[in-house]
Write a protein that binds this ligand. Structure first.
Ligand code: GLC
Length: 736
């Protein structure tokens, strides 16, 4: 229905307002096209009344904003989320609308995408999810999220791209381009410094300019300047005392000023708090405000939005200049002309084999093999072999729950289902071991359920098996990997440590799949021979897991964040409560630029597993590591070349990582920082040489005195390896 009206609107609109439209020729260059768009915008703007302009700047329902019906300007429709298109939500409440045609493909969580270290896969991911958003007639997809992984307790880390700003930047750009190829806007979020869920809507973050520019902004800057993202979502928290959604430094000076962003700033849902700030600091579209203060909706409450009647009143009495609302409306019209008003927009597609294959590929390449003693993995599909797949996470849905990124997939293959379908000769048996309650909001094991019988039954099952595969980890319940709050401990919940010991006691042949979007404490590690980090993988989870467990696929994922041995080893937890979670009002990022492996390397703390680490079923060696020149000009680039040899009998892929550090510097520096990587597939016995270019400009640090980037002259060290803690060679270079 909407499509027909949409075509009608477009015809009416274009005929009505662009008499010269017919003269446009097919030879439009992109410059002309953007000129044309700008001319269209100006023409439409001149036709709008002030009331119509203001109405376009705020919600009319939970996930849509008003158009201008008399001119044929359509509504704008948005939907979560980063891993798939969320089920339809009701007009004016958070309830699902109960549609029967909104099941979709659930793609892996973005932490898994980051772990693939494969930008080409990210492009495929973005294109596929964009096609599904277009089919579901959404103009804005509310994702991807790129907030940096600062603490392993953050409930939403599973939605983001890890602890390193360079990796996050390189992985987010192809995703956004892929989405927007479908004439659907991506909406990079949450801008900025939303690195925890605890007290998210009130906490005031204090962080240095260097931490801001070198750690927390780069992925957003790449989204704007390299991917040309069409929408940015503000965040809930404050920064230096002001709400980030309408922040003079962040949204006005940096985003729309320095970065010359031409898209729309959308608030998070009820992250808007002030009319003048929203008007003057760059908020364009206010969504989800709970105007009665209780967060719930009352009759015609959309008129009370900060950018509704109070905004109109301020414009009418001259407190706010008309140019302010015009700028917002021009950005919104630009967004519309790139999406819902784009001619030949296409219709997208949904739940296709192609999308399922992309979901499976991302999962296969993101899964990380962390430990593999006694060749526990891969497990052969052998006649007479009995494999016990144990744990609630072997069957529990991981697309339900987790908050706004939750999905209603057309199907979700569980780890157990995937193992059963793959293993035709071996016998697969199963026991839950524990049950955490049907609701996604149960965080403790309810005593009502007879837990003991579940546990004992699992022990018996383990006794009967040749091999035990325990599927443990976290889930999408409240206070776990879930929006709205953080985990309250670093340990695995539900007494899993004791349970793992009990399984080991009755069957020494024990391996484990860790289903999480975060690092966890691993005191149980000695008990398991094999350990695989399997993330939240969406619709094709069980197939991708069985692909790797069976050896059909050789794992090639690398950790996008460090696994600390204990919580206080993390920089965010080293300085106590004032640094995490804060005192309820303020929070100080005292580790400053030393986030993640930057902290572990510089403070010489050994993590359980390091950033960039991941094993393979084969083994690779890096050799012939050279840089083309060792004396570099500032506008030059370092070209690192490295030969990768697959010494094993199985084809596989390795990720060559290039870090750069500066021992002598006039400012504090991390020991080394990721500045390049290249994932290369090498068949068994073969070698391939990769070359990685690192522009000298990326070595710059942010000088807080000059408030600008600066490249320091002198010597740097180039570290080349296949993990941040496994460097094959160091090369000294100097910048003149
Ligand atoms: C939520 C999330 C945001 C989401 C929005 C709409 O609170 O913070 O990521 O897109 O509201 O559901």
């Amino acid at each position: 229905m909407k499509n027909t009206f949409r075509q009608y609107y477009i015809v009416t609109l274009l005929l009505l307002t662009f008499p010269f439209f017919g003269t446009l020729t097919a030879q439009n260059t992109s410059a002309n096209t953007s000129n044309t768009i700008e001319k269209k915008i100006d023409s439409i703007l001149s036709l709008l009344t002030l009331e119509e302009k203001v109405a376009m700047c705020h919600a009319q329902s939970k996930f849509s904003t008003k158009g201008v019906e008399r001119l044929g300007i359509p509504e704008l429709w948005m939907s979560d989320g980063p891993h798939g298109v969320r089920a339809e939500i009701s007009w004016d409440s958070w309830d699902y609308a109960g549609w029967t045609n909104d099941s979709i493909t659930a793609f892996p969580a973005l932490t898994c995408l980051a772990a693939s270290f494969n930008p080409d896969l990210s492009a495929k991911f973005g294109k596929s999810i964009g096609e599904e958003a277009l089919y579901r007639e959404k103009d804005v997809l509310l994702g991807p999220g790129v907030n940096i992984y600062r603490t392993p307790l953050n409930g939403r880390n599973f939605e983001y791209l890890g602890e390193d700003p360079f990796l996050a930047s390189k992985m987010v750009v192809p995703y956004i381009k892929g989405v927007q190829k479908n004439n659907v806007a991506a909406c990079v979020k949450h801008f900025a410094l939303n690195n925890q869920e605890h007290w998210r809507s009130t906490i005031n973050v204090e962080a240095s300019d260097r931490a801001l520019h070198e750690i927390y902004l780069p992925a957003f800057k790449a989204a704007v300047q390299d991917a040309g993202v069409w929408a940015v979502m503000g965040a809930y928290n404050k920064f230096r005392g002001q709400y980030t959604t309408h922040h003079e430094l962040l949204t006005k000076t940096i985003l729309k000023g320095d970065w010359a962003y031409d898209g729309v700033v959308i608030s998070d849902w009820s992250s808007t708090h002030d009319t003048m700030e929203a008007a003057l600091n760059g908020l364009d579209l206010e969504m989800g405000t709970g105007t009665d203060g209780l967060g719930t909706t009352t009759a015609n409450h959309y008129d009370y939005y900060y950018l509704a009647s109070p905004f109109l009143k301020a414009l009418k009495n001259g407190d706010i200049n008309a140019s302010v609302v015009d700028d917002k409306v021009k950005r919104i019209l630009r967004l519309m002309l790139r999406t819902t008003l784009k001619s030949n927009r296409g219709f997208g597609n949904i739940n296709t084999k192609a999308h399922h294959n992309v979901a499976r590929r991302v999962a296969q390449e993101g899964i990380v093999l962390l430990k593999n003693e006694n060749n526990f993995f891969p497990i052969e599909d052998k006649e007479g072999l009995t494999i016990a797949v144990i744990g609630e996470n072997a069957t529990r849905s991981m697309t339900a729950g987790g908050g706004s990124s939750e999905l209603k997939p057309q199907f979700e293959i569980s780890p157990l289902e995937g193992m059963k379908q793959r293993y035709k000769n071996a016998k697969i048996i199963h026991a839950m071991g524990y049950h955490t309650g049907p609701s996604v909001y149960d965080n403790i094991i309810p005593s009502t359920l007879n837990q003991d019988s579940l546990r004992l039954q699992a022990i018996e099952t383990a006794k009967k098996a040749d091999i035990v595969l325990y599927v443990g980890g976290l889930n999408k319940s409240h206070l776990q990997d879930c929006e709205g709050d953080d985990r309250q401990s670093y340990e695995l919940p539900y007494n899993q440590e004791a349970f793992i010991s009990e399984l080991k006691a009755v069957n020494p042949n024990l391996g484990m799949l860790l289903v999480t979007g975060n690092a966890v404490a691993t005191p149980w590690l000695p008990k398991v021979d094999g350990l695989i980090q399997t993330w939240y993988l969406g619709s094709m989870a069980g197939h991708a897991i069985a692909d790797v467990v069976s050896g059909d696929v050789n794992p090639s994922g690398k950790l996008p964040f460090s696994f600390a041995k204990k919580l206080e080893d993390n920089g965010a937890h080293f300085y106590g409560e004032s640094s995490y979670p804060g005192d309820g009002t303020d929070q100080h990022y005292k580790e400053d630029i030393l986030v993640g492996y930057r902290w572990f390397d510089t403070k010489k703390i050994t993590p359980r597993y390091a950033f960039g680490y991941g094993l393979s079923y084969t083994n690779f060696s890096l050799s012939d590591i050279t840089t083309r020149s060792n004396k570099l000009k500032r506008d030059g680039s370092i070209t690192v070349s490295c030969k990768v040899t697959n010494n094993g009998s199985i084809d596989g892929a390795e990720v060559v990582q290039v870090y750069v550090g500066k021992k002598k510097s006039k400012v504090k520096r991390a020991l080394k920082e990721l500045k390049g990587f290249n994932k290369v597939h090498v068949t068994s016995g073969a070698s391939k040489t990769v070359s990685i270019d690192i522009p000298v400009s990326t070595l710059a640090f942010y000088n807080e005195d000059t408030s600008d980037w600066e490249i320091e002259k002198g010597d740097y060290i180039i570290y080349v390896g296949n993990a941040s803690n496994n460097i094959s060679k160091q090369i000294k270079i100097s910048v003149k």
